[in-house]
Ligand binder design. Structure first.
Ligand code: NDP
Length: 345
């Protein structure tokens, strides 16, 4: 069985969902009540791949909401409790979705392997970052040409280049896609220099320097809400892959030759018959999901019960090959620009 740990996009959305599901006692509560609410296994699901393999899974809502991010202990407890529930339910491989993987890494939850009487077995969990990185690379490869951008000569900026997903994207784009030039953006210099040495190229720039030069921008950093982008200074056409979470780039730039695509999203080949992706506000919630969630499904389809994506900067091209081939084989495709956007290019 595979598992997905997720959360609502806001406190209001969480309350509405709780009301719908009949958890009235929680729905009516204020943020303090929600802070002490336990995780809930809200849905079971069964999925069949085009190969004929059928798997079962479950969605666990961690009862975390982004409004709790500043409450360090609460956020930590929410993630650990949801992981404990997944393990107690006997789930083989569970993806940490949305902010839960960020909380796990940034708050160093590896130090908290024991939750009450349960010792968490890390091999039962994956961040899903390998599949996310592969999907984002495919989205660059598929969509740049439809906007008339020739990747062989294009400048591709990766914002968050030294992160877990960003560094994998840089390795792939430089070794497999072969882009004109990689523009590496992050705040700390030493990891950027290390990455540059590792991939044997790429130019280190600040965000303000990189944006006006880039034909393609891959966003794989959680940027501050206050970030402002001067649309007039951007190249046109420009493809922007919004791989961060939450995905709100289209509210800052879009239109006039700037094409924003939600990054790290995949679509399954048929309706799944679940309600859980309505929480994540997917355009087609019956088929679309975060690539990190899909990684847990793929590992279950492949009977590969291991923490496939774990820790930082461990994603290899070989692992991306494996998960990418599984993704195609089991009926997933990457989200692409819609045809009207391409026509306007
Ligand atoms: P990491 O924490 O490993 O990396 C974050 C990267 O962003 C680092 O390179 C960091 O470098 C850089 N960064 C952070 N803040 C800024 C800033 N203000 N300006 C420039 N660079 C910045 O994160 P992950 O790779 O795990 O995840 C990256 C993003 O992808 C997250 O937003 C995450 O939510 C999202 N994600 C999306 C998924 C999906 O849509 N399917 C699935 C999983 C994750 P430095 O600190 O030096 O600036």
């Amino acid at each position: 069985m595979f598992g997905l740990i997720g959360h609502s996009t806001s406190f209001d959305a969480a309350r509405r969902k709780a009301m719908e599901l009949g958890f009235d006692h929680i729905a009516d509560g204020d943020l303090d009540v929600w802070c002490s609410a336990p995780p809930q296994l809200v849905e079971h699901v069964e999925i069949s791949s085009p190969t004929g393999t059928t798997i079962k899974g479950a969605y666990i809502d961690s009862c975390f909401v982004p409004e709790m991010l500043s409450r360090f202990k609460t956020a930590r407890r929410k993630v650990l409790n949801a992981m404990e529930l997944a393990q107690k339910k006997g789930i083989n491989i569970t993806a940490l979705g949305g902010f839960t993987s960020i909380i796990f890494e940034n708050f160093n939850l590896l130090q908290h392997q024991t939750v009450r009487s349960t010792t968490l077995e890390w091999q039962r969990f994956t961040t899903g970052n390998t599949h996310t990185a592969w999907v984002i690379c495919r989205q660059v490869e598929n969509n740049a040409p439809t906007l008339g951008i020739d990747l062989k000569t294009a400048k591709v900026a990766v914002v968050g280049a030294t992160g877990d997903i960003g560094s994998a994207v840089c390795r792939w784009l430089s070794a497999r896609t072969g882009v004109g030039e990689l523009l590496l953006v992050a705040r700390q210099q030493q990891p950027l220099l290390d990455l540059q040495a590792q991939i044997g190229g790429g130019r280190i720039l600040t965000l303000d320097e990189a944006l006006p030069e880039a034909d393609v921008v891959v966003w794989v950093a959680s940027m501050p809400r206050t970030l402002e982008i001067d649309q007039a200074s951007l190249r046109k056409p420009c493809l922007m892959i919004d791989g961060g979470y939450p995905k709100n780039l289209d509210t800052k730039v879009a239109g006039g030759g700037i094409h924003v695509l939600k990054g790290g999203i995949v679509e399954f080949c048929k309706d799944i018959g679940w309600t859980m992706m309505q929480i994540a506000e997917m355009e087609k919630p019956q088929r679309q999901m975060f690539a990190c969630f899909a990684e847990a499904m793929l590992l279950e389809f492949e009977r590969c019960h291991t923490n496939f994506s774990w820790g930082r900067n461990n994603i290899t091209l070989e692992k991306m090959d494996f998960i990418g081939a599984a993704s195609v084989r089991h009926g997933f495709s990457t989200l692409n620009l819609n045809p009207s956007a391409q026509a306007a290019a």
